[in-house]
Write a protein that binds this ligand. Structure first.
Ligand code: SAH
Ligand code: SF4
Ligand code: F3S
Length: 462
């Protein structure tokens, strides 16, 4: 059954790479004459861009698919993209027979061809290519975020963490040529974006495939120097590939945000070894020391997994002591979920940690981390912080945004009066999402800072 109208709707699950992939898929669709619609019910083509990192994430798409089955009877065409598509392959057609398209991220360059087949009425279209040498380049990317843009620098992952499905769903590492990245950064700055987030499963194993041969740190520096950009973030870093050079470049370029996300996963050497993380606790802490040695303070956040097979009380205490030692400014803590195609997924139940224990450990870590954050955030009270405004919170009657350290800052303020030139009349600049404001912090909680707008502090103007 051909696609009834050239309209589409796309729902995205998972990480920022997926969010950005959806923007690129939307761009490809628009280039073929499709228009996006606000409601799934109005779309001819309904796409789910899926995540498979934990079982719960993967199940979401199947519940969505059964929830909206009736739309298929009305002639709508369903497609499943992303990591669950790659993981399930053609088996997905058996589980959800009303799906017409199954495509993993490595096949997005072939989307125009896959769409043409759907348009011709084919009902079993697959794009399950293994990762090719080429990274995904599109003519057109529909940017959904009004003032923060994502920019992929490397796709896939060559590590083999025992628990992780990503190398399977996303394939091996492919870096984009530095010139293409820098061109896109300039284009984004020219169209008014001031914040860019460089994306990759493993950004610091970036290897420039072009003769320029930039290292990740050199690429960071080059992106940071793009005229018009005010903030550059990057995620995710793997501890083994994280270098002193990156910290030096961050110190030299204030455009590079005061934040490093460095997933540790566990504080126990034994668990790290079994996870195949390729570093010990001591080596991880050496990287933390490098970051702490930066010439300006950097916030550090992490991912942690609790209940990895064989994790005992002593191992868990090591993770607890790691968060005590590092004083992260934020943590993402996950219960281990066995995944197909992974090494640990095949280990069976013998060393499995019971769900109740996983939950207990997760909550204990979260409780302690909240106390650490609440105490550490007190140090911000009284200090000026520059905030990129994201939204107005009507309920709180406050603006909300993020500091360079990625901390959430809520503040009161109604714009400022600014002198333009000596002798000229001052102008009133209202606050708006996407703009920057200086805020003095008045109160600090575990998860956010609260303050009031001030004029830019003199030091910041220097
Ligand atoms: N490439 C990044 C992270 C990718 S996935 C890195 O190496 O850090 C994001 C996070 O999901 C991981 O850091 C890990 O904490 C978590 N995760 C991955 N696989 C998981 C699994 N099977 N069960 C639970 N959490 C998992
Ligand atoms: Fe997964 Fe490990 Fe690769 Fe991160 S580094 S994507 S956790 S295999
Ligand atoms: Fe999920 Fe795939 Fe990202 S598994 S976390 S959407 S790379």
């Amino acid at each position: 059954m051909p696609i009834p109208s050239k309209t589409f709707w796309i729902e995205t699950f998972g990480c920022q790479m997926n969010v950005h992939d959806s923007e690129r898929v939307a761009g490809t669709l628009s280039a073929r004459g499709y228009t996006p619609v606000e409601r799934m019910e109005d779309a001819g083509l309904i796409l789910f861009n899926t995540c498979s990192i934990r079982d719960k994430a993967a199940q979401k798409v199947f519940s969505r698919l059964s929830q909206y089955k009736a739309l298929h009877r009305e002639g709508r065409v369903f497609g499943v993209l992303g990591c669950v598509a790659q993981q399930e392959g053609e088996a997905l057609f058996r589980r959800a027979p009303h799906v017409s398209l199954v495509a993993g991220s490595a096949s997005y360059p072939r989307l125009p061809e896959l769409l043409a087949r759907l348009e011709a009425g084919e009902h079993r279209v697959t794009g399950l290519d293994p990762a090719s040498e080429e990274a995904f380049e599109t003519e057109l990317t529909r940017r959904d975020h009004p003032f923060r843009a994502w920019l992929t620098i490397i796709e896939g992952c060559d590590k083999h963490c025992a628990y992780c499905i990503v190398p399977y769903t996303r394939g091996g590492e492919r870096s984009r040529a530095s010139a293409a990245i820098l061109r896109e950064a300039r284009m984004l700055a020219d169209t008014g974006y001031t914040e860019i987030q460089l994306l990759g499963q493993n950004v610091n194993s970036y290897r420039d495939p072009s003769p320029a041969g930039l290292s990740f740190a050199e690429l960071l520096a080059a992106v940071a120097e793009t005229p018009g950009l005010k903030r550059v973030r990057y995620t995710t870093s793997h501890p083994r590939d994280f270098s002193a050079e990156i910290v030096r470049v961050m110190g030299d370029h204030p455009t590079l945000c005061d934040h490093v996300h460095l997933p540790s996963q566990s504080g126990s050497d034994e668990v790290l070894r079994r996870m195949r993380r390729e570093y010990t606790r001591a080596e991880y802490l050496e990287k933390i020391a490098l970051i702490r040695g930066c010439r300006r303070p950097l916030a550090i956040t992490t991912d942690l997994i609790v209940g990895f097979p064989g994790e005992n009380e002593r191992d868990f205490e090591q993770t607890m002591s790691l968060i005590e030692e590092v004083h992260y400014s934020g943590t993402f803590i996950f219960q281990y979920s066995p995944r197909p195609h992974t090494e640990a997924g095949a280990w069976g139940e013998t060393e499995a940690v019971p769900d109740a224990v996983k939950i207990e450990r997760l909550m204990a870590l979260q409780r302690r981390q909240q106390e650490i954050q609440a105490a550490d955030n007190q140090a911000w009270v009284g200090r000026p912080v520059e905030v990129m405004i994201e939204a107005y919170q009507t309920k709180l009657a406050q603006w909300s945004g993020r500091a360079s350290s990625n901390r959430v800052v809520n503040f009161s303020g109604d714009g400022r009066v600014e002198a333009t030139a000596p002798g000229a009349l001052p102008v009133y600049r209202p606050l708006r999402p996407g703009e920057y404001a200086w805020v003095r912090i008045l109160r600090a909680g575990a998860n956010s800072l609260v303050g009031e707008q001030i004029a830019a502090p003199p030091a910041a103007n220097a």
